[in-house]
Structure formats: C-alpha cells, structure tokens
Design a protein around this ligand. Sequence first.
Ligand code: BG6
Length: 797
Amino acid sequence: MKHPGLWKMLTVAMCVALVGCLQAQELRGHVSIVLLGATGDLAKKYLWQGLFQLYLDEVGKDHSFSFHGAALTAPEQGWKLMAKALESLSCPSDMAPSHCAELKDQFLRLSQYRQLKTAEDYRTLSKDIEAQVKQEDLREAGRIFYFSVPPFAYVDIARNINSSCRPGPGAWLRVVFEKPFGHDHLSAQQLATELGSFFQEEEMYRVDHYLGKQAVAQILPFRDQNRKALDGLWNRHHVERVEIIMKETVDAEGRISFYEEYGVIRDVLQNHLTEILMLVAMELPLNVSSSAAVLQHKLEAFRGLRGLNKGSAVVGQYQAYSAQARRELQKPEGFHSLTPTFAGVLVHVDSLRWEGVPFTLMSGKALDERVGYVRVLFKNQAFCIQHERHWAPEQSPCLPRQIIFHIGHGELSHPAILVSRNLFRPSLPAHSWAEVQERPGLRVLGRPLSDFYAYSPLRERDAYSILLSHIFHGRKESFITTENLLASWDFWTPLLDSLAHEVPRLYPGGADTGCLLDLELNGGHLSFSQQQPEQLVPGPGSAPKPSDFQVLRARYRESPLISAWPEELISRLASDIEASALQAVQHFGKFHLALSGGSSPIALFQQLAMGHYSFPWAHTHLWLVDERCVPLSDPDSNFQGLQAHLLQHIRLPYYNIHPMPVHLHQRLCAEEDQGAQTYAGEISALVANSSFDLVLLGMGTDGHTASLFPQSPTGLDGEQLVVLTQSPFRPHQRMSLSLPLINRAKKVAVLVMGRTKRDITMLVSRVGQEPRKWPISGVLPSSGQLVWYMDYEAFLG
Ligand code: BG6
C-alpha cells in the first residue's frame, strides 16, 4: 500500500459516515400511537392535546406519525365522540393562526378512530399499521399504546397487544398505564405480575402525572445545576423541615365509587407526594440525565424511609362526604364512611443526609385553596437585634431561608421555583425558565415575592404533554418502574392497614374549616394542634372515645393491672419505667433493663426516645429478652427494632448495649457456638444476682412470652438462664431468656395490646400456672413485682 496513512484516514472517515448514517437511519421511521379510551375524560381533557403538542414538537424532524383513537364504542358513534375531543385542540399562543390551522389539519388527517373490542380487532389494527408502513415506504420505528382505561380492562388489552400488536424486529413497543396501580402492596404486586407476563419492564411506562408538572420535573435538574450552592446545604445540618403539599378545593362528588375505595392516601400521597419526596430526598446521581442512575438512586431512597405507624399520620373527612357517599352509592341512612379526604403524614428518612429532618406530606379535598408546592425550609441561626425596618430587605439573614418548588395554583397561579435571596441566586436553564416579573402585593407562603429569586417556565406546559414527549423519547426516569411502585406500596400499606378503622376528624370544608386541620410535629409524631370540638364530631358508629374512659386500675391473675387507651397506656408504662430507672440508679448506680421485640413495644420505644429526656440512659444497660436467629442487621431482628425506634435517638454508652449473640462464626444460633451460654455469662457477670431491674414482656395469641412457646423443651424450667428455642412462626430459631431468669427480676411488666389478644387475655385470666401450655402463665417473679399493662381492646374487647 502506497499511502497507508491516507487509506487509514479514509477508512475512519467512511466508518464515521456509516455510523452517522446508521444513527440517522435509526432515528427516522414511523411511529403509531394508539390511544385506548380515546373518548374518555382524560383523553378529552389532556391526552389529545398532549398528542397534538407532541406532533407540533416533532413534525418535520425524524419521524412520521399516525394516531389511532380506540374505544369499545362502534365506529360511527366513536368517531363522532372523538371528533368532538379533537375540536378543541390549541396551539401555543406565539404560533401564527394560519400555521396553527395548517398543522391542526395535518394532525386530524393523521388521526382515525377504530373500535378495539375483539382479538380480531387488534390483529386488524396491526395489519393496517404494517400495510400503511409498507405502502408509504416507511420504516417502522415503534408503537405506543396508551391505556386510558379502567385497570380492570388492562389484562385483556395487554394480552391482545402482546399476542397480535407487537411491531416487527428493530421497532420498539411502549405501553403506558394510568393509576391506580393496585390498592395495596399485594394487589399492586398481582397486577405487576400479570402485566409483566405480557411486557418487558423497559416497555412499560406507568404515569404519575405529577412527574410531568414543570416545577416537579425541574427538581433534579435544579439540584444538579445548583450543586455548588446546594452541596453544603441539602442535609440535616441545614434543613429544618420539608413540606410537600397538595391542597384542593374540589371535593370527591361524582367520583365517590372510586374515592370510597381509595381515599386521599392512596389517591395522592402514595403516588404524587411520594414521588416528589423521592426527588427531594434521593442522592443526586452524577449524571441526572441517565434514566438508569436516576431510577436506581430513587429506589435506594425508598430503602431509607423509616416505617410509618399510626402516630405518623392524622386523617380527616369533609363533613358532606358521607351524605355524598350515601347518595352516590345508594347506602342506607345510617351509613358513615371512614374514608379520609384529608391526610397529613410525617415521614422520616433514615440516612446520614436526612436523619432527624421531618418531611410532612399533606393533601386534602374541600380545603380553603388550591395550591401545590414543596418547601424546603432551612434552619436559621440568625439572632437579629435591630428592628425589622433596619434589615436589608434583600439579603438579611434575619428573613426565613427557603426554596420553594411551586407546582401550581395558589396566589402565584403558575409553576415557579423560588429561592430566598439570602440563600443564593439559582441557575436555571435560560432557554426555558425566566425571572418572574414583580407583582406588587403578591405574597408566597406569607412572604412578599420580592424576598425571592423567582423563576417560571417561559412557556407553561401541561404535565401530560411533557410526559408524552418523554414516552416518545424513551425517558424512563419520569415514570414508575415496577420496583419503584412496589417499594412505595411497601412503605404505605402498613399505615393504611393501621388506619383502616380510624375515625377521621370531620371538617366543614372550605374557609369554614378554620384551624381545625392545623398540624403539629411532636417528636416523632404528627397530631392535630387543636382538640376536636365535640359538636362537630358525632363520630360514625358508636365507637367510644378515649375521653369516655379513665385509666383503669384493677387486678389480673392476682397482680396489678393497668388498662387504658393505647396512647395513655404507653405513656403510663414509659413513666413507670423511667421511675424504676431513676430509683435503681439512685440506689445502685445502674439500671438493667431487658426489652422484648415485636410490634407492641415500638410505640413504647418511641415514647421513651422522644418524651423522656430525664431518663438516666448513661447509667442504663439494655438487654434483649429474646432474639430471632437472623443477622442483627436483618429487619426481622429484634435488635433492629430497638435500634430503629430507640437506640438511634438516645445516647447510651456502646458498652451498655447487650445484643444477643445469635450470629457467631458466620452462622446463626449454632449450639456449638454457645451463644446462649455466652449471654448467660455476660448477665451473671454484670447483673447482680442475675436479677434484672425490669423485664418487659409481651403475650402472644398462643400464650407465648419472650421466645418461650407452648411445649418448649427448653427455658420453661431448669438451671439455664438463656436458651435456644423453636418458634412456630418464622424465623423459627430463637434465643430467649428462660422463665427462671425472668422470674428473678425485680419487676416484670407485661404489655398486651390490640383486639387480637382479647381471647388469650380471657383464657389466661382463668388458668393456673401452666407454663407448658401457656408460658406466660409461668411468669411470677419470685421476689419481684409483676404488673400487667393492657389496652382496652385487649382487656375489654
Ligand atoms: C389525581 C387524583 O391523580 O390528581 C385526583 O386522582 C386529584 O383526586 C388530581 O384531584 C390532582 O391533579 P392536578 O393535576 O389537578 O393537581
């Protein structure tokens, strides 16, 4: 070869050109968009306009389009309905009317109606698309099927698309779903499994239209473009609290049959507000335009969410709701619904970044105004001496410091991002966001607009048009993956279960609601800040109210019994434990406390952590009553529960914490590892006479206590202080203090809560000391005191 260099250059140039050609070819092609439910409300209100906008954005670029409106209605009637929806299509205000008319005309020519009812209809649709592509000498790029239909229709349609409407090789399929995606974790999982049998994960686009709202879609880019300013601020050291709010003035009238089944938590908090929470709380990927990285980081943020309990939420219902439900659902006169139309929920993210920062999620119908926003309020260390009139209005450290992603409505009435001027001047994409013009007198969340650097989108765009564009471009980060969906239900389902029978606070609705729904953050809990006025709350059904009862003192199995409503009971038990602790420390310098795991003590742990600041933790030794044979980091481990709800909130010296050694030599509860003996040795060495100052026990529905189950061959008697046992429930292997050791304690408190304990409570009240049948009946401290703490449901049923 004479000119090897030249030849090489030519080859490279050809390759570059070829790759360029291939890429260009890759881009060009025909896209068919099938809108299922083309004559329905959502289609009429948003989707046709969104598709038209997509056409306006993409026409003349790399693709040709056809739009197929589909429904069950017969062709003639269906076309009429669809044509009505298409009449009101509009162009952006800056487009010349003649150009708009021309494009609208083109769009209408590309849109057709078809009835999709039978499997044959789907086959015909596919053949027609193929024929059109062939006839017009196009290459098929892909097909989008938008399911704007009720979820019960999903599976049949999915089956038909999968079996006869997939495009040929090289072209993509995208199917788009609208919520609800299930009703709880189980139903969401079932639906996901069914859909997953027809479609690949990358083919599915689950819409949460809030992810298309401009201020929401800008959260990650904003965090990215302002990394420098935010890096040091976006954390627990600087953020005081975060509020994620969606207030509505409309009520649920007209959609009660849906609403009655879902309520505000499922309708709004589980999806819209949770997605926003994730965008605020997630770690920022290096590359925010990588869908995979964004989705992965979001999923990791879900893992950091601390579990919710009843005390995390308050619920309300506007007063007219039950009457509307009776009317729309033809219910009898006495029917009262428990469905919440208002909810406030306090969420914590257990990560190094966010630990201790309260995130309040709130939404409600029939409130005084319509507005949606996310507010990140920063701590303010300033202590200002001079009167406000001397503050430099723009820069003063005395003013609140906040960043607001204003989703819409409210006094501002449009999407915006506002940053307090005493924080930093934010950077936003100049081609699409601009500074808001000053509007005298306008206030945002109580502050004049002039307090903020305020930016709004140059062109306001509807969420659906943004999401349709993201679907078209395959931008999956704006949609809910299966893992994301299940993680969210995983988080919300326990709270929903625990609230299922909660009587919501009634509110009049609109401005009359006054301060009735105002919230208060109280340690780890959220509560209404006002007592519920009696006259407003006849209360559906005849459930007794806490005030109907006093704390009841009685005897149970010949020992003292304290009974109250759960909250009061827990606070009484926590105070009693603190009193024992103070006494023990005063006399002996130490307090040895052995705690059980499970769900009942969680509220107690939280109460101790958040409400007992004089507790002598520095002199307290914490022991475990029992443990499941799982690694200590396992969510099932009792130690984990203790860690999550108590240890991480208090200051206990590390050497005073005594987890059970269930995980030795990289195996779990192996006899040869002698974990039980080691624990017994530790107790004998540190606790005088192996006599704990206080042991907290529970009682299972089968009469078990600690991890001592009926008929247990170990632990019910004998010399051993600590034993390995078997549980009928998973995980089966356990380690437990033995009855003889428990009975050496100076005080034993047994906490029994909830209606499910009613039967065993009755039974145990009548039996003698038969630990083999009911281990709890063997609890009888030899020289100490036994006290029963039971809530009314466990005690009275
Ligand atoms: C929907 C809920 O997802 O969002 C409705 O089902 C709610 O109950 C609506 O009214 C609010 O959306 P937007 O876009 O009007 O704020």
